[in-house]
Ligand binder design. Structure first.
Ligand SMILES: Nc1ncnc2c1ncn2[C@@H]1O[C@H](COP(=O)(O)OP(=O)(O)OP(=O)(O)O)[C@@H](O)[C@H]1O
Ligand SMILES: [Mg+2]
Length: 250
């Protein structure tokens, strides 16, 4: 579903991805963990083209988003093609990023209407179905400001799903929430995983990573230093940075 090879990314003199490779199979749930500044968000943002990589190859569902030959700078697909490829991925951010001037329902249907050019009568029933799924159909006509953090994040998940992505990318979806609100968001994510959605989740929720993720990718200093089945990783982290991190987190 995702095949990324030898990704390099710098911000000025700072190397943020120093030759990162990963592949994700359909239905796989991967937890991306690691210390602050290790490049986790940048990795996700590069995969769905919110950031440009300097070098490397990114393939999504068999289509090439970016490609490097012989260490040359990455060459991207033309803009239309790149947009089509990236539409296969939905992204959920730490701070929800809902449109404040749109109601919950309008937040869900905005992209299907404007980006996909679908008709209102097609998208409204789908959006309502998704709101039912995340337990928020009664908030259909509310504005985001009237929702709790957990509710906002569930709307953000439903909004990403409304574009019918093949892959969902989550960047610390519960870090901005009070502890009592994280459970409802994790429950929604767990249900998605059970439906075999392909998911890449940057998270500090070690219990969630341990229970739901099939694989753990541990990043440190712009590299993936471990990429192993979650069960093995938590039982016996190999890399000293991973050991130190887990000792700190658990
Ligand atoms: N747009 C940017 N311009 C310059 N530097 C950036 C930019 N975005 C990120 N960085 C830097 O790149 C490094 C990696 O950032 P990134 O956000 O990917 O880390 P992270 O692993 O997600 O950390 P955290 O756990 O704190 O979210 C950091 O040192 C950060 O300051
Ligand atoms: Mg981050």
């Amino acid at each position: 579903m995702i095949c990324a090879t030898d990704l390099h990314k710098r911000f000025g003199s700072l190397q943020v991805l120093g030759g990162v490779s990963l592949s994700v199979a359909p239905g796989e749930v991967i937890a991306v963990i690691g210390p602050s500044g290790s490049g986790k968000s940048t990795l996700l943002r590069c995969l769905n083209h919110l950031e440009h990589i300097d070098r490397g190859t990114i393939q999504i569902g068999g289509d090439t988003l970016a490609q490097s030959h012989g260490g040359a700078a990455a060459h991207y697909a033309p803009p239309r093609e790149a947009r089509r490829i990236c539409q296969r991925m939905g992204m959920v951010f730490q701070h929800f990023n809902l449109f404040p001037h749109l109601t919950v329902l309008e937040n869900l249907i905005e992209a299907p209407l404007t980006v996909k050019g679908l008709k209102r009568e097609q998208v409204v029933p789908v959006a309502e179905g998704l709101l039912r799924k995340v337990g928020l159909i009664d908030k259909r006509d509310n504005y985001p400001a009237r929702l709790s953090g957990g509710q906002k994040q569930r709307v953000a998940i439903a909004r990403a799903l409304a574009m019918q992505p093949d892959i969902m990318l989550f960047d610390e979806p519960t870090s901005a929430l009070d502890p009592e609100l994280t459970g409802e968001v994790l429950r929604t994510m767990r249900e998605l995983a059970q439906e075999r959605m392909t998911m890449l989740v940057v998270t500090h929720e070690m219990a969630f990573a341990r229970e739901v993720a099939h694989r753990v990718i541990f990043m440190a200093d712009a590299q993936i230093v471990e990429d192993r089945p979650a069960r093995d990783f938590f039982a016996d982290p190999h890399h000293p940075r991973a050991r130190a991190f887990l000792e700190h987190m658990l």
